[in-house]
Design a protein around this ligand. Structure first.
Ligand SMILES: Nc1ncnc2c1ncn2[C@@H]1O[C@H](COP(=O)(O)OP(=O)(O)O)[C@@H](O)[C@H]1O
Ligand SMILES: N[C@@H](CCC(=O)OP(=O)(O)O)C(=O)O
Length: 376
C-alpha cells in the first residue's frame, strides 16, 4: 500500500517545479451523497491551492461536484441516471459549488472566476481561442479560474464525457506544465482497492513511465458520485502525458503534499513531445468536416511533416470551407493526420492529382500547409 510513503522521481520534480498547473478535483472528494458539498474539505483544498499559488505557480481548478452538490437540496437520494434530472441537479449544484469556492478563497482575498465549458467550446477553433483568452486574462488579473463542464446544457451526445478528460484538454489549452488529479483514492492500484481482499490486496503503482507499467492493471468504475472511475483517469493521464504534460494522481486528503512537492500518489511521466495548444487542438479536439484520401507518396511526405500538395490527393469527401479541419487518410482508409484545409471542397475537387505548376494562380498553394498539420 502507498500510505505514508514519500516518493521521489524526475517526473515528481517536474510537477513540483511546474510554473502552471491544472488541478482537477473529483466529486468523490468534494461531495457526500447525504450531506452534499463538504465545505470543510473544500476549505482544506483551497488552502493547498492558495499555498501553491503564493509560491509563484499559476493554478487553474477544474472542479467536479455540481451534480453531487445538487442532490441534497433537490431531495434526490442517489445520483440520477437520466439526463434531465442530472441537468437540473447540476444547475442547482453549480451555483452552490461556485459560491463555496468564492467564499473559501475570499479568506485569502483571492477572487474566483467561474468558467463553464461545453464540448463545442473546445472543438471549434474560434471558441477554443475565446476560452483560452478568458483563462489567460483571469490569470493575469490574479484571479483563480474554477472550470467545470456546463452540465445544464450538455447532452449525452455532446459532452466531454468526464472532467478528467476536460482537465487534460484544459491543461493543453492553458499551456500548463503539469496536471494534478485529486480524488478519493491515493493513486493507481493494479485493481480496484474497494474490491480487494485480505488474501489478494491491491498493489499500489507509484510511477507510470509508459504503457508497459499498465500491463495487467484493471481500471474499475468510480464510486456512487464519480463519473468515469479509474478508466477515465488513465485516459486523461495518457492524453496529457502523450502531449508532454506530466500528471499526478493523488488523494484530495493529500492535496497539501501533492501540490507542495508531488511526493504522494501516482506520477505519470510525459511520453510525447510537448505539443503547441494549436497542434494539440488539431490532434485531439477539433471537429472535422471532410476527408482527403492521399496516395502513398503523399502519406510519406505528410509523415515527414511536409505540406500536402494537390498532386498527392486521390479523392475528397465531405463538405468543408477553407479553414475547416479535415482528416487525411491513406487509400485503405487509415487515418494518418488532421489538418486545416487551405481551400474549400469544390476547389480541392478541381485540384486533385494536379501538380502545383499546372494549377491556376489562385490555387497554387498547399492544400494543407505543414504548419496546420497534426500527425496521428
Ligand atoms: N485500479 C484502480 N486503482 C485505484 N482506484 C480504482 C481502480 N479501479 C477503480 N478505482 C476506483 O476509482 C474511484 C475514483 O474514481 P471516481 O469515483 O470517478 O473519482 P472522482 O470523483 O475523483 O473522479 C476510486 O474510489 C476507486 O475505488
Ligand atoms: N461535471 C460533473 C462532473 C463530471 C465528472 O467527471 O465527475 P468526476 O468523475 O467526479 O470528476 C459535475 O460537476 O457534477
Amino acid at each position: 500500500m502507498s500510505s505514508g510513503a514519500v516518493w521521489t522521481s524526475p517526473t515528481r520534480d517536474a510537477i513540483a517545479g511546474a510554473r502552471s498547473v491544472v488541478v482537477k478535483i473529483g466529486s468523490a472528494a468534494l461531495t457526500d451523497l447525504d450531506d452534499g458539498l463538504n465545505l470543510a474539505r473544500l476549505d482544506r483544498l483551497a488552502d493547498a491551492l492558495e499555498h501553491r499559488m503564493r509560491s509563484g505557480t499559476d493554478v487553474i481548478v477544474v472542479s467536479s461536484g455540481a451534480i453531487g452538490a445538487g442532490l441534497a437540496p433537490l431531495r434526490l437520494r442517489k445520483r440520477p441516471a437520466d439526463l434531465a434530472t442530472k441537468q437540473a441537479a447540476a444547475s442547482v449544484g453549480q451555483l452552490a459549488l461556485a459560491h463555496a469556492w468564492g467564499t473559501s478563497f475570499r479568506r485569502y482575498d483571492r477572487v474566483v472566476g467561474q468558467v463553464l465549458l461545453t464540448a463545442h467550446d473546445i472543438s471549434r477553433r474560434s471558441h477554443h481561442a475565446n476560452a483560452q483568452r478568458t483563462l489567460d486574462r483571469l490569470r493575469s488579473l490574479g484571479a483563480v479560474a474554477v472550470v467545470n463542464e456546463n452540465d445544464a446544457v450538455a447532452t449525452n451526445e455532446i459532452r466531454f464525457g468526464d472532467n478528467d478528460r476536460l482537465a487534460a484538454l484544459v491543461a493543453h489549452l492553458a499551456g500548463a506544465e503539469a496536471l494534478v488529479l485529486l480524488s478519493d483514492i491515493d493513486g493507481l492500484y493494479d485493481g480496484d482497492p474497494r474490491k480487494a481482499t485480505a488474501g489478494q490486496p491491491a498493489r499500489f503503482i507509484p510511477e507510470v513511465a509508459g504503457p508497459e507499467d499498465l500491463a495487467g492493471v484493471i481500471a474499475g468504475s468510480g464510486g456512487s458520485l464519480g463519473t468515469g472511475g479509474m478508466a477515465s483517469k488513465l485516459a486523461s493521464a495518457r492524453l496529457a502525458a502523450d502531449g508532454g504534460v506530466p500528471v499526478l494522481l493523488a488523494a484530495a486528503a493529500d492535496a497539501d503534499a501533492a501540490l507542495r512537492d508531488a511526493s504522494v500518489g501516482t506520477a505519470f511521466a510525459p511520453s510525447g513531445e510537448r505539443l503547441s495548444a494549436r497542434r494539440f487542438w488539431l490532434r485531439h479536439a477539433a471537429e472535422t468536416h471532410g476527408r482527403l484520401v492521399l496516395d502513398d507518396g503523399a502519406v510519406a511526405a505528410v509523415g515527414r511533416r511536409r505540406s500536402l500538395l494537390a498532386a498527392g490527393i486521390v479523392a475528397v469527401t465531405g463538405v468543408f470551407s477553407a479553414g475547416d479541419v479535415v482528416e487525411l487518410v491513406d487509400q485503405r482508409g487509415e487515418l494518418c493526420a488532421r489538418g486545416v484545409a487551405g481551400f474549400a471542397t469544390d476547389e480541392v475537387t478541381r485540384m486533385i492529382g494536379r501538380s502545383t505548376g499546372d494549377l491556376p494562380a489562385d490555387l497554387r498553394a498547399p492544400v494543407v500547409h505543414a504548419d496546420d498539420l497534426a500527425l496521428l
